[in-house]
Design a protein. Structure first.
Lengths: 379, 85
């Protein structure tokens, strides 16, 4: 049944509901998706059924969105990351294209089908720089084409729509980018490699050559620079950090449960390492809350280097402190934590968390912050 | 009097465009200027001319075009000269 935008009923989103879906529909498949490096169909279908794939435009706050990412992270890092990436893609399109009927139609189709939108921002040879593209959009008449050699497309083979960054036209410089939105019927995907990584295995993110031919109305009129600065970069850092926090909180929860069980048989002193595992997560939670507050009340008139530095700091902190905490939990848990298939295992969690420092390489963010901090004359 | 050619060259170097493309741009942000490049342009201009742009001039509008950057530069140079004399 087709649902008109005006008739769409957004689901009530509570932490309890998300946790229940995570526990009952997502977590049971996490180990298998991880072992086989397969897409978490069951979990993503459950998110679609609950309306969690269609939250953009709903009366939810950025704090609510981070809560969803964090809560799902407790159950399965891959499913949580697929949700977070999909949400960011949809927000980039919907928030910046309110008056583009063709694009809104595509979003409505995606929502009705319960599908996910993948992003195609990486490109071979570009060195992981989101704000540069080699490939250009070529427009002839009412049709635009783009062909991109993407180093990775997360859940590319399972997506129903794509957000592709490219140069505005063949004469544009590398940083003059636009977004092309495409339905899966408008693209050809040719795998260029395999996906057998250390962690986040269910995101299924191999390299692809993607070729898209779309009506020109699917080339977003808003420059990608604006969409990246206002939506893609801040929301990605916020929601990814939520996922990593959730993963690490699950490790902490397992370590706590383990220590409580141990205490029943061995009334030794409480393990001081539990506090050492908790402190880094408190820092991440507080930084996340502070960034969300500033994002929701931002001033976009200035070039806003300070906010960029703070956002990058969030990503740097969340991607390193979350694993610092999880590693401490592993020390508390010992072999039961190191094993893959025990109730106290933190193996998948730690492997998943190692991806955090690579998703937009921390080294790049450190270099960016170092340049931006040169603006600060008050030191 | 500083003309805009030197500013134009600095912007072109940092954005990877030709001097002609930079001169023709009404809005550099719309043709590929990034905030990172803007910071580098600022530092290049300050170093080359020995001035400091006031903090309240570090807006998107200032970096949107060569004439806008040139105007802030001339103002900064004027302020500097006035201080010295």
């Amino acid at each position: 049944m087709s649902v008109e935008a005006s008739e769409w009923r957004y689901p009530p989103i509570t932490a309890g509901l998300v946790a229940q879906i995570g526990r009952e529909r997502v977590a049971p498949h996490a180990a298998e998706c991880d072992a086989l490096a397969r897409f978490p169909h069951e979990g993503v279908s459950a998110l679609a059924e609950a309306g969690l794939l269609a939250l953009e435009g709903a009366p939810v706050t950025t704090t609510d969105l981070a809560m969803v990412a964090r809560t799902l992270g407790r159950s399965c890092g891959s499913t949580a990351m697929v949700w977070a990436m999909h949400y960011v893609q949809v927000a980039c399109v919907q928030r910046h294209c309110e008056d583009e009927p063709r694009v809104l139609e595509l979003l409505a189709k995606l929502r009705e089908g319960g599908g996910v939108m993948a992003s195609v921002t990486s490109e071979k040879g570009i060195g992981g720089d989101l704000r540069r593209s080699f490939t250009a959009c070529v427009t002839e008449g009412e049709t635009s084409t783009v062909s991109k050699d993407a180093s990775t497309i997360s859940y590319g083979a399972h997506a129903d729509a794509f957000l592709i960054t490219c140069r505005r036209d063949p004469d544009a410089v590398a940083s003059d980018q636009v977004i092309v939105v495409a339905d899966k019927s408008q693209v050809t995907l040719t795998p260029q490699g395999t996906w057998d990584p250390m962690g986040m295995r269910g995101t299924c993110s191999p390299p692809f050559l993607i070729e898209a031919t779309v009506p020109s109305a699917q080339v977003l009129p808003v420059p990608f620079s604006d969409i990246a600065a206002l939506t893609m970069v801040p929301l990605s850092h916020i929601l990814w950090s939520g996922v990593w926090l959730g993963l690490a909180e699950e490790a902490l929860s397992r370590a706590t449960t383990f220590l409580r069980a141990k205490r029943k048989t061995n009334r030794a002193d409480d393990d001081r390492r539990l506090a050492l595992a908790e402190t880094p997560l408190r820092l991440v939670r507080n930084t996340l809350a502070s960034v969300i507050d500033r994002y929701d009340n931002r001033n976009v008139v200035s070039i806003d280097a300070d906010f960029t530095v703070e956002l990058n700091d969030l990503k740097l902190a969340a991607s390193t402190l979350s694993i610092e905490s999880a590693q401490m939990c592993l020390e508390i848990l010992g072999i039961p934590g190191y094993q893959e298939r025990t109730p106290f295992s933190v193996a998948r969690i730690i492997r998943d968390l190692y991806s955090a420092r690579l998703m937009i390489a921390n080294e790049r963010l450190v270099a960016t912050n170092s340049t931006l901090l040169m603006l600060n004359r008050s030191h | 009097m500083v003309d805009d050619d030197a500013v134009c060259r600095i912007v072109a170097d940092q954005v990877g465009m030709t001097v002609e493309q930079v001169s023709a741009a009404d809005d550099l942000w719309a043709v590929g200027l990034t905030s990172l490049a803007a910071v580098r342009i600022l530092m290049d201009i300050e170093d080359e001319f020995g001035v400091t742009f006031p903090d309240d001039s570090l807006t998107r509008d200032t970096f949107a075009s060569v004439p806008a950057l040139g105007a802030v530069l001339r103002e900064a140079l004027g302020a500097d000269t006035a201080t010295r004399s």
